[in-house]
Design a protein around this ligand. Structure first.
Ligand SMILES: Nc1nc2c(ncn2[C@@H]2O[C@H](COP(=O)(O)OP(=O)(O)OP(=O)(O)O)[C@@H](O)[C@H]2O)c(=O)[nH]1
Ligand SMILES: C[S@@+](CC[C@H](N)C(=O)[O-])C[C@H]1O[C@@H](n2cnc3c(N)ncnc32)[C@H](O)[C@@H]1O
Ligand code: SF4
Ligand code: SF4
Length: 306
């Protein structure tokens, strides 16, 4: 298993499949990336995952941009499937209604769907597109096929902070998990008008959940907490993703990233900690050389908030 200089095992690979997206959320951090024009082929992605699995990586998350704008998305899922224990995707849901069955059949285990609001006008304001009813149809289909389905809500002051309890109720009703996410930005953006206007700290809410929950669990990754909260005769499962200035979160980070243009990236918030893996692959590097590149990337890893 790969373990970095801070004693953090790396068991998880987060692959950005494309920088392209069919929505335009105003808060999007683009996974902290500034990708070039190169795009990894399904064969190349499979090769990286095969090497990663030899090094102890067991979980793969597909993300983007929007991963499902790639026409070869089902092939990518099918190719990666044999090498991992947990294969998941984070998507904006625009293609779920059309693709959910094929993705399931290709071996995708679970999906996270971004859903910041249940209000059609607000949805358009946030994402730029009036497609909420279509997303909801996709989610309805996904909950029949995948377990769990997680709904990702980035909580923003003055935009959707009034909807937190409606979203908790909605998730419980449809049998999904709700992830409440703090806006995250790198240090240099904390002074930006965007961050100052919209950041909504989730710590006070966590304290409230602590009091209300029937049960609280802690995940290995980021030591994120999950709260089981009774609501309207059901129990909602709510996970809190509170990363800003959270040293515990970073000390329990088990993820390495692969950018859409083929670099291993050590941290979401560190733009420049990159190491090229696609270039050497295209120049004929052996598997042994690619293992060395992985090890170099692990050596570069350091917690962001410390
Ligand atoms: N700072 C930071 N944020 C992360 C990291 N991984 C995910 N996030 C954020 O967590 C939120 C949810 O991400 P998802 O893509 O749904 O994946 P996830 O929840 O981390 O993964 P699973 O719970 O295993 O499905 C997003 O806002 C991500 O930007 C990380 O390693 N560091
Ligand atoms: C960058 S998106 C990529 C996958 C896909 N397009 C989607 O929206 O689900 C991955 C996740 O990051 C979240 N995200 C984007 N910008 C963020 C920010 N500034 N802070 C916190 N989460 C953010 C999105 O809401 C989404 O759940
Ligand atoms: S759908 Fe995802 S990648 Fe696209 S803009 Fe929104 S958060 Fe960013
Ligand atoms: S070190 Fe912290 S900020 Fe960087 S990827 Fe890991 S959890 Fe995210």
């Amino acid at each position: 298993m790969l373990i970095d200089r801070f004693g953090r095992p790396v068991t998880n690979l987060r692959i950005s499949l494309t920088k392209e997206c069919n929505l335009a959320c105003f808060y999007c951090h683009r996974e902290g990336q500034d990708d070039g024009e190169r795009v990894m082929t399904p064969e190349e992605i499979e090769r990286v995952v095969r090497i990663a699995s030899r090094l102890g990586i067991r979980k793969v998350k597909l993300t983007g941009g929007e991963p499902t704008v790639r026409e070869d998305i089902v092939e990518i899922v099918r190719r990666i499937r044999p090498y991992v224990v947990d294969l998941s995707m984070t998507t904006n849901g625009t293609t779920l209604y059309r693709l959910a069955e094929e993705l399931r059949e290709a071996g995708l285990d679970r999906v996270n769907v971004s859903l910041d609001t249940l209000d059609r006008k607000k949805y358009k304001k946030i994402t730029g597109f009036d497609v909420l009813p279509w997303i909801l149809r996709g989610i309805e289909k996904a909950v029949k096929l995948f377990h769990p389905v997680k709904l990702n809500m980035v909580v923003m002051r003055g935009i959707n902070d009034d909807e937190i309890w409606d979203m908790i109720r909605f998730a419980a009703e449809i049998g999904a998990v709700l992830q409440l996410i703090e806006i995250e930005v790198p240090r240099e953006m904390e002074d930006s008008p965007f961050f100052r206007e919209f950041f909504y700290p989730l710590k006070p809410l966590e304290e409230e959940f602590e009091r209300l929950a029937l049960e609280v669990r802690e995940r290995r990754m980021h030591r994120r907490r999950k709260y089981f909260i009774p609501i309207d005769g059901k129990v909602a499962e709510v996970e809190v993703v509170r990363s800003m200035h959270n040293t515990v979160f970073c000390m329990n980070c088990t993820r390495l990233r692969l950018t859409a243009d083929g670099y291993l990236k050590t941290c979401l918030l560190r733009k420049n900690d990159l190491i090229d893996i696609l270039g050497p692959m295209r120049e004929g590097a052996s598997d042994a050389k690619l293992v060395e590149i992985f090890k170099e990337a692990i050596l570069m890893r350091r917690p962001y908030w410390k």
